[in-house]
Design a binder for this molecule. Structure first.
Ligand code: ADP
Length: 605
């Protein structure tokens, strides 16, 4: 495509050329014809002069004129020709030449049919331009009839060379040609400049529009003009503004969607109607251990490592209806996943493919299992004391009351068992309260030495019963922040366990000291050590589980519920601490509780 400015320049040039040439031709023509006219007029005047002043000799009327007459006219013609710088010819009425300044009339043809003679005969004056083969140039012939009665009746013809006129025309052409050329060049430059100034803003607008179409939405025309081109520029700028804004809205939406997809705690896989994977979110990537960048655009059955899953995806795509299934994924450890497939339709009901939501339900199922195990455990734990109460009550009813001593011991058992039942129910309620986080902790400063003093008083009698020495080593001025009732629950549980699982005459020690954690935070470490029977290594990892007991019979005889340590663990964790145990069979155990000195803001989640 030729740029517009070149085309415009060429059109202007063409117009100028046509106009210039037309003007030049017209001028040349006028110049030439006016010169010829003047020449013709002059020649006619000369003929008229000759008519009145020339001394005509009688030519005679019959036949060929005499030689002397021919000589006379020829001589006269030569003389006049020299004077007027022209060719002079005397011609009789019938066309016979009787004298000529250039040629001998005797060798000349009859001139009656010559154009100028024919015209002179008709109109009184005749003229013609012809190429003279004698003189080898263009000649102007002018003839007029002359009637001198008996002496001469015919025509005088003058002819002059047109070379002078033609030379003039030629030099005029040269001057006009040069000026036309100059005009042409100047016009070319001016029109190119004008065209360029007209098209430059258009080219600028085109460039900006191209940048915008190449997604450079920051490009602007910024033309300070009040005309139509300025309006066009403004319109393009407005369009770019609105495009940029729309794009921002689209990008924001996309970012929002992306972050929703990326942060979803569920996997999402979209498969289009052609069976190609169109979208995989981060969760699904992790769960299926695939790379979304590699998988997008690939057929779904390339998820070969999850054969069952890809089979299900295929089924969903085929059926185009909701599907639901649970499968185990090996990745490599087994995970239970729940898959929901939903067909996607566009506004016009066109099928777009399937959206699969993948949830990891391993934890939910595990919790469900734990819950039902818990219920089974609880019922089992409740059944034992109730069965005892029921059994002894039955024995008493069927006559056992009569023997007072037996009756007393049975009633004592019934009392003890109902006590245990009470404790058990209390512990279960406590545990579920802690687990459901129904009652929030109330932190307050606690003076540890006096705090442990009350615990010692509480447990003194049971220790004394077993002749167990209790030793408490608490720094005097140590305070900490905690929920006092819960903290008491922790240590009453740990210390009474230590007393319970230690033989008579043993020792239970509590040591408290401050430390600094790796993160530079002050913490307090409590060690509850006993010289008891210890816990076998294999049981250590499970000891904090609900209802877990190392030795069921012994735990029961000591009145334990099997829930104490799991309550301890929960309460310690609520205080942002950890509890650990070290133990050796027949030597003793140490339970270590590590708690922060202050319950800082960073814990308020
Ligand atoms: P229980 O009510 O039976 O004491 P816990 O949850 O408090 O239940 O303890 C779980 C089990 O851990 C106990 O049954 C006991 O076998 C063992 N255990 C707890 N503390 C000690 C300890 N200081 N020495 C030895 N064994 C202990």
């Amino acid at each position: 495509m030729k740029p517009f400015r070149i085309r415009l320049t060429l059109i202007i040039m063409l117009l100028l050329a046509v106009l210039g040439l037309a003007a030049a031709f017209t001028m040349a023509h006028i110049y030439k014809s006016s010169h010829e006219q003047t020449l013709e007029d002059n020649m006619l005047r000369e003929i008229r002069l000759l008519e009145t002043t020339f001394d005509f000799q009688a030519v005679g009327t019959e036949g060929q004129p005499a030689n002397s007459i021919l000589d006379y006219y020829t001589q006269q013609a030569q003389q006049i020709g020299k004077l007027t710088d022209s060719r002079v010819t005397f011609i009789e009425l019938d066309g016979t030449v009787i004298g000529d300044s250039e040629t001998d009339p005797r060798g000349m043809n009859n001139h009656s049919t010559r154009e100028e003679i024919v015209a002179a005969k008709q109109d009184g004056v005749g003229s013609a331009i012809r190429y003279s083969s004698t003189l080898k140039e263009n000649m102007l012939y002018v003839a007029a009839p002359v009637n001198k009665g008996d002496t001469f009746n015919g025509y005088i013809r003058l002819s002059m060379s047109l070379t002078a006129v033609e030379d003039g025309v030629r030099s005029a052409w040269t001057i006009m040609g040069i000026s036309l050329l100059v005009l042409f060049i100047v016009a070319a430059l001016v029109s190119y400049y004008v065209a360029a100034s007209l098209t430059r803003p258009l080219e600028h607008i085109t460039r900006v529009a191209n940048r915008i179409s190449r997604l450079d939405y920051g490009a602007r025309v910024k033309l300070e003009r009040q005309d139509e081109i300025g309006e066009l520029g403004k319109a393009i700028d407005n369009m770019a503004d609105s495009l940029e804004m729309q794009l921002k809205v689209i990008r924001d939406n996309e970012d929002l969607l992306q972050s929703v997809l990326a942060n979803m705690t569920g996997g999402m896989v979209m498969v289009d109607d052609g069976g190609k994977i169109a979208l995989v979110n981060r969760f699904a990537e992790e769960m299926l251990s695939i790379n979304s960048r590699r998988m997008i655009g690939r057929p779904y059955h390339e998820l070969k490592q999850h054969y069952e899953l890809s089979r299900l995806l295929g089924e969903g795509l085929r059926r185009k209806e909701r599907i639901h299934d649970e499968q185990t994924l090996y990745n490599p450890e087994p995970r239970l996943i729940e898959i929901d497939g939903v067909p996607m339709f566009e506004d016009d009901d066109a099928y777009r493919g399937m959206l699969f939501l993948i949830q990891d339900v391993s934890n939910i199922r595990r919790l469900e299992r734990m819950r039902s195990e818990f219920v089974a455990n609880v019922s089992h734990e409740l059944k034992t004391p109730i069965a005892a109460v029921k059994g002894f009550a039955e024995t008493l009813l069927s006559g056992g009351v009569n023997d007072e001593q037996t009756a007393r011991s049975f009633l004592q058992i019934i009392y003890d068992e109902s006590e245990r039942l009470n404790r058990l129910i209390g512990d279960i309620l406590e545990l579920s309260k802690i687990e459901s986080k129904r009652s929030p902790l109330e932190f307050s400063p606690i003076h540890l030495q006096s705090f442990f003093e009350t615990i010692r008083e509480m447990l003194n009698s049971s220790a004394a019963k077993k002749k167990i020495t209790m030793e408490m080593n608490v720094p005097e001025e140590l305070f900490m922040e905690a929920d006092e009732d819960r903290l008491r629950q922790i240590f009453v549980n740990l210390i009474s366990n230590a007393i319970n699982y230690t033989q008579d005459g043993g020792m239970v020690k509590l040591a408290v000291h401050e430390t600094m954690s790796e993160r530079g935070e002050e913490r307090i470490v409590f060690d509850v050590t006993d010289t008891g029977m210890g816990i076998p290594r294999k049981d250590l990892p499970r000891i904090f589980e609900r209802f877990y007991r190392v030795d069921k019979a012994r735990s029961r005889s000591s009145g334990g519920t099997g829930l104490g340590l799991s309550i301890v663990k929960h309460l310690v964790e609520l205080h942002h601490g950890i509890v650990t145990v070290e133990s050796e069979v027949h030597i003793g155990s140490t339970f270590t509780v590590n708690l922060p000195l202050l319950q800082g803001d960073e814990y308020d989640l």
